[in-house]
Design a protein around this ligand. Sequence first.
Ligand code: FCB
Length: 440
Amino acid sequence: MKLTRKDFPADFLWGAATSSYQIEGHAQGGAGLTEWDTFAATPGNVRNGDDGARACDHYNRWPEDLDLMRDANFDVYRFSTSWARVMPEGRGPVNAEGLDFYDRLVDGMLERGLKPAATLYHWELPVPLADMGGWRNREIANWFADFTEVMMGRIGDRVWSAAPINEPWCVGWLSHFLGVHAPGLRDIRATAHAMHHVMLGHGRSLEVMRGLGMKNLGAVCNFEYATPADASPEAQKAATLYDGYYNRFFLSGLFNRSYPADVMEGLGPHMPKGYEKDFDIIGKPVDWLGLNYYTRKIIAPDNGPWPGHHEVEGPLPKTSMDWEIFPDGLYSFLKRTHDGYTRGLPLYVTENGMANPDRLVNGAVNDQGRIDYLNAHIAKVKQAVDEGIPVKGYFTWSLMDNYEWSRGYDQRFGLVHVDFDSLQRTPKASYHAMKAALAR
Ligand code: FCB
């Protein structure tokens, strides 16, 4: 790596991230079905019809995986807890085996000197709640608060940090407007409701965790840089609107207690009645903000229904997800977020990384492309730190290859290669490079 631990402030933290459904193996340990199981069972939704039933079998192999985290000299492990594993019906009965699992996992991190950074919800919605409308139903905020109480009642005394929800944009827009993630809806009313209820759920969960006396609580949002397709005012407007419903909607909800006017031009008529009254809960102070960043999009206007634009192919080198590699976007979001919204609050890059067509050859994976990607993005983090923006840590997505949602097992994001037949883990060149860079 071009930069190492020594190039950053002494208290800057380094980590890697995973999520429960993507690695654990959800058919085990008494977990309930999640909406991803039924989404994946629907033809055409997920490449190969792959689901998370076995995934990386982290449910059994977690000691080996935590050893990999420790051995790479990471400070923090960002993981998620599955609602469906802990409360298979979504409400009511608790699956003791599920709670025990997270209890062991957290202790396993502490034993290895790793700080546990928990995310309560990384999309493991129990199907009984999906049957009741999932994120479209306002009650979900209370159901989620109850799950928070059960989960954090058990591990909240030992986690280093916690965030309620991973990437509200994916829960709201990607899953209810674009239909790319579970539940695969394409409906503006469903979207408006889900976008708001996910924020309300965040706020209610945060209240519960404060009530439990927990510290270091944050929010994790994903950001995509929007570039206009040409110099026309129409293209500029289209890119601004994309930025609005992707990035500003959540920042503004969390930190300004309102939603952006340009986004409300489209979503406004479809919002839940009286939603404005919820900002006292949504806007409760957080201790930090996590930014997940991968790419940018080129946006061109069209005459279709609102939002009236589409993505066009960009000229930059791409990852195997077909995502353009645009490190400047990361710097730009750190600066914009700090200047315009969080103003001094600690920021973390909670996800950043790339999918690469990695091949295991003679027991090794030479993923130089990933090393280059990480170098380029970490340099942008350093630029932000040097300018006094309070970025306090950086997490790579992901520790290991895993279930990449609608792309199934076809996209490899890990520092560690996983053979999805034998489940053998093999650290890639990027893992060894990070390990060397993070030596203390
Ligand atoms: C993020 C998700 C994560 C993973 C990466 C590639 O949006 O949080 O689960 O899928 O993208």
